[in-house]
Design a protein around this ligand. Structure first.
Ligand SMILES: *Cc1c(COP(=O)(O)O)cnc(C)c1O
Length: 466
């Protein structure tokens, strides 16, 4: 399988290189040159498979000979055995033909574990084969950092440095990062805000000379193709559990960087009958505004009760724009260069095509709380604020009651106790057993000034073979 850049100018790469690369050299994102396609008969034959067996069937065409079949099966068995539910991604029924797929049974209680648990293992496998080492450098305001750290904690060939804004992440989120043991895990609290952290990461990727040529940086944010790939699987899993592929499904997806919902779009292109995909955003609604009025325009960042969806631009949206433009990389490049300067639109027929593929909705904090409260009153089931946005959007956008509507449950409510309290539900969601002692565990992190030279010096000094 070859991968090409959405901006048309970077060289095509194989899976291993795509795994180790962040952005393409032309500033684009990598996508598969062509997608595997499965027939209904093939998909039907996957009924009754375990999650990891299904994951093998869906993902092996993308990975190809980078990981031989037997090794890949073993890796997937390990990856999904760390989840705390036998079904890995269990479905919970909310109402007639309405479901939540719980994607928060992994080590850090958010859906990002599905991809990052695999990504850590894939990286280590490929690096072992190539006798190489990488430094993962990332900035986090919440879920990505902890999922990446958990995913890489056992990697022999990876050191991971995660920057978070000092005293500006929630205590649960900080502790999920700073209490993980491992010589290769380095938490840096920067005396600055999230944007400062992100800027340092971006600049470091642009100029890696501080590493002295002895190792290289690797990215774990959702521009990494392997993350998208791992997220395709659970769309097949949900469909098969509810009578697919002989009936179609609808999915509602709480969306920030457009990674998770893009995976659903790919599942559909790969042959899974999906009749509706709902983009559910919070007040940071650039995608909803684009879908409603064909205007792609950055607004100020708003802080909401669903912080993991607080974004100004959606990086993975570029991957959809590439398809909407008939895979014309230069058209995408021009469009996104213009989008950095001001609002942009696309040709009407392309936009109409996008509207056929997706519905969308934006849900504010009040409606988020109302939904948490309503579902609790109806079912004694607690939603986290991100999932609540998905459920609300699903209900607002629903087209056909006969089609099962599945909202992706992206986080465990115990990660966001403040939103639950604000919704007026008086029960406090307990942390699952494997995390019950989170507040007693010892933390380890280094506080550094908001200064890139100091951060780079710290990294250069503390990776494994430094
Ligand atoms: C990351 C995240 C999202 C957004 O996912 P994208 O793939 O960026 O659209 C939604 N909910 C939670 C809980 C998350 O951690």
């Amino acid at each position: 399988m070859r991968y090409i850049s959405t901006r048309g100018e970077a060289p095509a790469l194989g899976f291993e290189d795509v795994l180790l690369t962040g952005l393409a050299t032309d500033g684009g994102l990598y996508v598969p040159e062509s997608l595997p396609h499965f027939t209904l008969e093939e998909i039907r034959s996957w009924r009754g498979l375990s999650y990891s067996e299904l994951a093998f069937n869906v993902m092996h065409p993308f990975v190809d000979d980078a990981v031989p079949a037997d090794d890949f099966r073993k890796m997937l068995d390990e990856t999904y055995s760390v989840f705390s539910h036998k079904a890995v991604a269990p479905l919970v029924q909310l109402d007639t033909n309405e479901w939540v797929m719980e994607l928060f049974r992994g080590p850090t209680l958010a859906f990002k574990d599905f991809a990052l648990q695999l990504l850590g293992r894939l990286l280590d496998y490929v690096l072992e084969k190539r006798k190489q080492h990488v430094v993962i450098m990332g900035a986090t305001s919440g879920d990505t950092g902890s999922a990446a750290i958990e995913g890489c904690r056992r990697c022999e060939h990876v050191d991971i440095f995660i920057l978070h804004p000092y005293q500006r992440v929630s205590e649960v989120q900080r502790r999920q990062m700073t209490t993980v043991r491992g010589e290769n895990i380095h938490n840096i609290a920067v005396r600055g805000n999230f944007d400062d952290c992100q800027r340092m990461v971006k600049e470091s990727f642009g100029n890696q000379s501080f590493l002295g040529g002895k190792t290289q940086l690797a990215a774990v944010n959702s521009i990494n193709w392997a993350r998208i790939m791992a997220q395709i699987v659970y769309y097949f899993h949900a469909s098969l559990a509810l009578g697919g592929p002989d009936r179609s499904m609808a999915f509602s997806v709480p969306t920030g960087n457009f990674g998770d919902i893009f995976a659903g779009y790919l599942a559909k292109k790969m042959g899974l009958p999906i009749s509706q995909l709902v983009i559910a955003t919070n007040r940071n609604d650039i995608l909803h505004r684009f879908m409603s009025g064909n205007k792609y325009e950055q607004h100020q960042l708003e802080h909401t009760l669903s912080p993991s969806m607080d974004i100004m631009v959606s990086s993975n949206f570029e991957r959809l724009l590439f398809d909407l433009h008939g895979r014309d990389g230069l058209a995408v490049k021009t469009l996104l260069e213009n989008a950095a300067k001001g609002p942009v639109s696309i040709e009407d027929y392309r936009w109409k095509h996008a509207r056929k593929l997706f519905d969308s909705d934006a849900v504010d904090d009040k409606a988020t709380c109302d939904t948490i409260r309503e579902i609790y009153q109806q079912n004694e089931y607690l939603l986290d604020p991100h999932t609540a946005i998905g459920v609300r959007a699903a209900r607002n956008c629903r087209r056909d009651q006969a089609v099962p509507m599945i909202t992706l449950g992206t986080a465990h409510p115990a990660k966001f106790p403040d939103a639950v309290a604000e919704s007026g539900v008086s029960v406090k969601p307990p942390l699952p057993a494997h995390m019950a002692d989170l507040f007693e565990r010892e933390e380890r992190y280094t506080v550094l000034d908001n200064n890139i030279a100091g951060v780079q010096e710290f990294i250069a000094k503390h990776w494994k073979n430094a």
